[in-house]
Design a protein around this ligand. Structure first.
Ligand code: NAD
Ligand code: UDP
Length: 312
């Protein structure tokens, strides 16, 4: 198959391109390099099945493909808040442009949505039928609401135009190829610990997140994209239900590095969700999927990657 991956030079996108090529597909990675980098995919450039296009998803593009994975969008709060208007445009215009392409060429299309559609959740763990608790005017809204509208567009293109859609709600995912200045908590803690710096814990550190290792996530993507079922167009949570406070995560990072760590508390960002944990029954039933990599093992692999890049 010929498969388009938007955001293909980013953290998740570059892993996905690699997996799709390994399975014998032709892959087109499309990226504007805002948070992606050529380095993530440079080893793929010699592969004649791989093509890289510098393009912004907010602009239309004509391509002939069989499948589209729409991942283009900065994912770290630091980066998506840098130009919030652009973040909304990327999610909304990007979805419209890619759905338009899918409709024209009858491609199956997959949207990388997010657990952020649940906002600061009042239901715990989060099931897909929970509508969420999102502030529509805060500084996380450009991301959360952009992704919510993208889901709306996916459902409406499916209902109105019969486009063959898939929506995954990704919970915090980590692993090799994250940027060292990505700003998300796992890469921050690992880079700080390797450099012998204090780990920056925002707020009390009692807020929780559930961390999924990248290989598990990609397996979930592939299964969702290639499964047929009556309700397959509805969103599916993919994440690791193991739930950790940021204080516990700091301790786990210390163990993975084998060093004593010190921490410093910093102000909690606005609207920072207090808790997050996926209910993954739908993914289990529909896709036979559940995560296999525990946090300690995933952290060891991620530490090895950053240690090679930055030393420590
Ligand atoms: P990332 O920032 O590493 O990758 C995003 C990629 O999209 C980058 O290569 C960036 O350059 C590209 N991009 C951004 N705006 C673009 C535009 N307008 N046109 C073309 N390319 C553009 O982030 P990631 O962690 O790899 O996330 C990938 C997708 O998964 C995003 O849609 C994100 O919202 C979603 N997601 C990720 C997580 C996570 O924990 N990593 C969680 C939930 C959702
Ligand atoms: N966080 C932290 N220190 C950091 C970066 C983030 O304590 O250096 C916290 C952040 O406040 C949030 C959690 O870690 O409660 C996860 O943040 P991240 O930006 O990784 O993801 P998101 O909040 O989007 O889930």
């Amino acid at each position: 198959m010929r498969i388009l991956v938007t955001g293909g030079a980013g953290f998740i996108g570059s892993h996905l391109c690699e997996r799709l090529l390994n399975e014998g597909n032709e892959v087109i990675a499309l990226d504007n390099f805002f948070t992606g980098r050529r380095e993530n995919i440079v080893h793929l450039l010699d592969n004649h099945q791989f093509e890289l296009i510098r393009h912004d998803v907010t602009e239309p593009i004509l391509l002939e493909v069989d499948q589209i994975y729409n991942l283009a969008c900065p994912a770290s709060p630091v980066h998506y808040q840098y130009n919030p208007v652009k973040t909304v445009k990327t999610s909304v215009m990007g979805a419209i442009n890619m759905l338009g392409m899918a409709k024209r060429v009858r491609a199956r299309i997959f949207q990388a949505s997010t657990s952020e559609v649940y906002g600061d959740p009042l239901v715990h763990p989060q099931t897909e039928d929970y509508f969420g608790n999102v502030n529509c005017i805060g500084n996380r809204s450009c991301y959360d609401e952009g992704k919510r509208v993208a889901e709306t567009l996916f459902m409406d293109y499916h209902r109105q135009n019969g486009v063959d859609t898939r929506i995954v709600r990704i919970f915090n995912t980590y692993g090799p190829k994250m940027l060292e200045n990505d700003g998300r908590v796992v890469s921050n803690f690992i880079v700080q610990a390797l450099r012998g710096e204090e780990l920056t814990i925002y707020g009390t550190g009692n807020q929780t997140r559930s961390f999924c290792y990248i290989d598990d996530l990609i397996e979930g993507f592939i299964r969702l994209m290639n499964t047929e079922a009556e309700d397959i167009h509805l969103p599916v949570n993919i994440g690791n239900p193991g739930e950790f406070t940021m204080n516990e995560l700091a301790t786990e990072v210390g163990k993975a590095i084998g060093k004593d760590i010190t921490v410093k508390n910093m102000p909690l960002p606005q609207d920072d969700p207090k808790q997050r944990k996926p209910n993954i029954e739908r993914a289990k039933n529909l896709l036979g999927w559940s995560p296999t990599v525990p946090l300690a093992e995933g952290l060891r692999k991620t530490v090895a990657y950053f240690a090679e890049r930055i030393g420590g």
